[in-house]
Design a protein around this ligand. Structure first.
Ligand code: ATP
Length: 245
């Protein structure tokens, strides 16, 4: 379980030497339960990606606690293999000098899970590719294929949770749908859960069991997707109005 308690985060407003700080996240608290798919939705600038970086332990909060199975995520060894990430920018997520084979084996080696018996072909087929992609370089892949390779990398270590930050947003309509379907299938196949950061409420509704709505760095509401029509706060109602009703 991932537990977030009273997390606050600010950044210096005008560069390194500025004394002025802008509060980006305020009093964030929630739990992500094993196997769950939780959407984090909100408008641009609401703090979604910042929260994602804190959950991954890439950055530290000013105050508050983020713990995975009781251990702080800032402790790299505790989160290694527990949380993987897939980002929007699939082109820069893969080393341009790595083949697909090298790109997929990299996180496995890092997690100490690479072995001769690892079935890389099976993994590629799980994400809708096949062995013919193994010698290819990123520039020889379409956007959808590159993002599938990123997903394969994230899945390869069989983490408990994959954090996806706008991972389907830059794919065009039908490819985005294919990747969402793929994520649904992988969840069933591997039993892992997702934290799905997006401004696309429909994509989140498709993939997630619960949704957290962020505004100006604060949680407005956390609601089960099945009960989305019954959101309480005026902001959440307005945000959902266009796509739900
Ligand atoms: N490293 C940083 N230094 C200073 N300010 C930052 C930094 N990272 C983010 N911010 C600011 O924090 C606020 C929240 O940014 P964040 O990227 O988390 O929002 P978001 O909801 O993910 O937005 P988007 O949907 O546009 O990606 C923004 O005002 C942004 O300018």
């Amino acid at each position: 379980m991932l537990k977030v308690e009273d997390v606050n985060k600010s950044y210096r407003q005008n560069g390194w030497f500025s004394q002025v700080r802008r509060q980006v996240l305020r009093h964030i608290g929630f739990e992500w339960r094993k196997g769950e798919s939780l959407g984090i939705i909100g408008e641009s600038g609401s703090g979604k990606s910042t929260l994602g970086r804190l959950l991954l332990g890439i950055e530290k909060p000013d105050s508050g606690v983020i713990a995975f199975d009781g251990k702080p995520v800032s402790d790299r060894s505790s989160r290694r293999g527990a949380i993987s990430a897939v980002f929007q920018d699939y082109t820069s997520s893969i080393n341009p000098f790595f083949t697909v084979r090298q790109a997929i084996l990299e996180p496995l080696r890092f997690a100490g899970k690479a072995s001769e018996s690892f079935d890389i072909g099976k993994l590629l087929r799980q994400v809708g590719l096949d062995e013919s992609y193994l010698p290819r370089y990123p520039h020889e892949l379409s956007g959808g294929e590159a993002q599938r390779v990123c997903i394969a990398r994230a899945v390869s270590v069989e983490p408990q949770c994959i954090l996806l930050d706008e991972a389907t947003s830059s794919l065009d309509g039908s490819v985005q749908m294919q990747v969402l379907e793929l994520l649904k299938r992988l969840r069933t196949a591997y039993g892992m859960g997702y934290i799905f950061i997006t401004h696309d409420i429909q994509a989140a509704a498709y993939l997630c069991d619960r949704m957290m709505i962020l505004r100006h760095g604060e949680i407005v509401e956390i609601i089960k997707t099945a009960e989305l029509k019954h959101v309480q706060s005026p902001y959440a109602r307005e945000l959902l109005r266009k796509v739900i009703w």
